[in-house]
Design a protein around this ligand. Sequence first.
Ligand code: CP3
Length: 351
Amino acid sequence: MGPSLAPAFSFLRACRGEPITETPIWIMRQAGRYLPEYRAVREKHSFLDVCRIPEVCAEVTAQPIDRFGFDAAILFQDILIPLLGMGVPLDFDPGPKLGMQVARREDVDRLHWAGMDALPHIRPVVRACRERLAGRVPLIGFAGAPFTVAAYLVDAGGARDLSKTRGFLARDPDGFALLLDLLAVATIDYLKAQIGAGVDAVMLFDTQAGWLAPAEFARTAAASADRVLRALPKGTPTIYFALAPSVGHLEALRAVHADVLGLDYRVSLAQARAILGNSKAVQGNLDPALLLGPGEEIVVGAEAVLRENRGRPGHIFNLGHGIFPDTPIENVKLLVDTVKRYHAHGGGGTP
Ligand code: CP3
C-alpha cells in the first residue's frame, strides 16, 4: 500500500496541532445501530461477519461518511476482537459475551496471545476500507486499551463498578500486571498490523478506566496505554480516550504519549486544555445525550464546545462518549452542520 493521501486532511492536521480553518468532526460509534443502513446490513450478517468480511466491513465503515460527510472514518471492528487471538470464545448479542472469565492469576496463565496469524481478517478489511473510502477521508484504526479489555475479561460486563477487576488489582497487583502485560503485547501487534495495512491514525479506547481513583488510573490504566502508544511507529497520529471525569484523571493524562487526548463529556474542554497544555491536541466532548434532545440545545451545546476551545489549533470535534443507539439521525446531521457552519461564519475566536 502506497503512502496515504491523507496529510492534507483537517483531521490529521488537527491531530498534529497544525493550524486549520475548519474544526474536523467525527463521532465515536458513528457506524452502528442508530443508522438504518447499518441495521439493514445486520439483518443479513452477524456482527462478527460484519467485522470479518472485507466488503461488508468497508460498506459499514463508509456509511456514516456517505451520509453525514464526517472528516474521518473509523474501522468497523470491536475492542474485544483481539481476544479471538487469545483463545477466548467471543460472541455479540448485541453486547459482548465472553466464553471465559478471568478471576485470578491462574486464569491469566491460561491466556496466550497467538499473534496476528490468529486474526487474518485485519489486513484485508483495512485494505477494503481504504479502497472504499478512495482517499475521501482518513481511516482511524483502534483497539481497546489494556485496562478496559482486562475489565471485560474479569468483570464480564457484569458489575457496574468493576468490583471484580478492582478487587483482583487490590489482592494481587503483580498478577493483574501480568494480565495487562499480555494485553499490551497483543495490542501492540494488533495496532502495528492495522498501521502496516494502511490506517492513517490509531485510537485506544479506555472506557472503563474512570472507575479507578486518579493515582491508580495513572499507575495502571494510563501506564499500560502509554506502553502501547510508545511502541507504535512514529508518524501515525495516536489518540487516547479515557472515559474519566476528574481533574486528577486529567492530570494523569499529561504523561501519556498520545498526540491527541479524547475528553470525557463530564469535563470542561477549557479546563482540560489548561491542564494538558497546548502540546497535545484534544478530541471531544459534547454530551451524547444532547443528541436525544431538541435541536436548539444541540446547537447551543456544540457551539459552547467550540467556544471553549477559543480557536486554538489541535481540536477535533467529537462526542464525549459513544453515540446512543436511539439517536435520531436528523440530530446528527444538525450537529455536523452546526460545527461546519460555525467556522464558515468565522466563529473561531469570536464569542
Ligand atoms: O463506528 C464505530 O465506532 C464502530 C466500531 C466500534 C464498535 N465498538 C462496534 C460495535 C468501536 C470503536 C467500538 C468500541 C467499543 N466496543 C467500546 C469502547 C467505546 C465505548 O463506546 O464504550 C466498548 C466498551 C466496546 C464493547 C462493546 N461492543 C459493547 C459494550 C457492545 C454492546 C453495546 C453497544 O454499544 O452496542 C458492543 C457491540 C458493538 N460494537 C456494536 C457495534 C456497532 C453493536 C452490535 C450490533 O450491531 O448488534
